[in-house]
Design a protein around this ligand. Structure first.
Ligand code: HEC
Ligand code: HEC
Length: 378
């Protein structure tokens, strides 16, 4: 198990809510310094972006959250405020990187923690001969980008058409999914999951975690996360954070994909995910995040969504891999998906889909703040 994933596991065990989230009555994200006690550098960003920044650190240095923070199992976020030698160094490094980019790269973010660290605490300084003369590692499909300005042989429009056709083209107005969720935040235990979705783009996911329900909602305009493992009991989403839930809601229905993104681009070089050849296209979401979509060359179905989110120190990737497509009321739907991001990984296994069910509007309204975990639960 990679250390960063272990870190997420540890983190989630410690997680508890603060009462501050309960005051949020409208989708206005709280700032990091309003929620946390000892923020000296990373000010003026949302709690979600702050946590994304922590994920960037963990991923860049392959560290656990508790390598930089005091290890504590009392189940609250308080100990994270204490300074440790590594945390102090990390603060110094943020300032160093900002200066470097300002003074040497005209303010462009040319250098990040990952540029030097590459998944280790001590960056290497001597070139490696084995690396120089050995065969290069296989291409990571996520890293493939459009090169040059040659017109694409297949347009984004054509790839989307093929996808929508592959899904089956029947009309689906709503559905309810029942299944299981398994992740580092459940200690890899499979717990019940429900998804409620209504066309054109409303979606609520409820994961029945042991400490309490974790609810993610997009009502068509606004989005929230109410989860017992977040530092605020009800997190209102904005900007790029909102893009994630909006996109997931739009992708629930065949035709939603066209409206979900703009500025479509095609013309990526050939790529493969495992042994499947894929066609890649890219779009930009309303909140500004760049999204790559990977379609199976043969079946036309969507295999991967890769979304980039900006943080205070660099861009973090998050990917969802879809598989096991089955037909439900004339439309193909994935029955298995895996979400991978810098703070963890989770797997959803669908057991049942009820198509075209009447659904109350309240299913998509702002969720109640998550309950703090019961001491008896662990
Ligand atoms: C490389 C070191 C490093 C790693 C790894 C790291 N952090 Fe941090 N963390 C920091 C620094 C530095 C700050 C203070 C930032 C500032 O002062 O602006 C901080 C602050 C925090 C705070 C705010 C605490 C408070 O009340 O002031 C929280 C919460 C937090 N980190 C959570 C996490 C989580 C969760 C992870 C794992 C995903 C993590 N951190 C990984 C360096 C790290
Ligand atoms: C220009 C290269 C470079 C960049 C960019 C960089 N670092 Fe470092 N970092 C280093 C070097 C070199 C060391 C080791 C210093 C030494 O040998 O004492 C180090 C050490 C550290 C350490 C202490 C490790 C230890 O065990 O003492 C932490 C924590 C750290 N960096 C965090 C970060 C974070 C967080 C970022 C991004 C904000 C970052 N670094 C960006 C070069 C870099």
């Amino acid at each position: 198990m990679p250390r960063t994933i272990l870190g997420a596991l540890l983190c989630f065990r410690l997680c508890i809510v603060t009462a501050s989230g309960q005051a949020a009555s409208e989708p206005k994200p709280q700032l990091a310094e309003e929620v946390f006690k000892n923020v000296q550098v990373l000010k003026g960003i949302s709690v979600n972006e702050f946590m994304g920044t922590m994920g960037f650190f963990a991923a860049s240095l392959s560290l656990n959250c508790t390598d930089c923070h005091i290890s504590d199992s009392s189940g609250d976020w308080g100990p994270y405020a204490a300074d440790t030698p590594l945390k102090k160094t990390a603060r110094r490094m943020i300032v160093m990187v900002n200066d470097l980019n300002k003074n040497s790269f005209g303010g462009r973010r040319a250098v990040t923690c990952y540029s030097c660290h590459r998944g280790t605490i001590f960056p290497k300084v001597i070139p490696n001969l084995a690396e120089q003369y050995g065969s290069p590692p296989a291409d990571d499909p996520n890293e493939i980008e459009i090169i040059g300005k040659a017109p694409a042989t297949v347009s984004a429009e054509q790839i989307l058409d093929k996808y929508i056709q592959a899904l089956g083209g029947a009309h689906l107005s709503s559905f309810v999914v029942k299944g299981t969720y398994q992740g580092y935040d459940t200690d890899l235990e499979a717990v019940p999951l429900e998804v409620f979705a209504k066309a054109p783009g409303q979606r609520t996911t409820v994961v029945h975690m042991r400490p309490g329900n974790s609810t993610t909602t997009y009502d068509g305009r606004a989005g929230w996360i109410a989860a017992p493992d977040k530092p605020v009991a009800l997190l209102a989403l904005a900007g790029e954070d909102l893009d994630g839930v909006r996109l997931e809601a739009a992708l629930s229905f065949p035709t939603g994909i066209r409206q979900a993104l703009g500025q479509w681009r095609a013309g990526f070089p050939k790529a493969a995910i495992g042994n499947r050849e894929v066609q890649i296209i890219q779009g930009t979401a309303a909140g500004g995040s760049r999204v790559k979509l990977f379609f199976d060359q043969q079946s036309g179905l969507l295999l991967r969504v890769l979304r980039y989110t900006d943080t205070a120190v660099g861009i973090i990737p998050a990917q969802t891999d879809y598989s096991d497509y089955r037909e439900v009321a004339g439309v193909k739907m994935p029955f298995h998906w895996v979400v991978t991001w810098t703070n963890g990984q989770s797997t959803v296994e669908v057991s049942e889909v009820q198509p075209n069910v009447a659904m109350d509007a309240s299913k998509f309204s702002r969720p109640a703040p998550a309950l703090p975990p019961k001491p008896a639960a662990r």
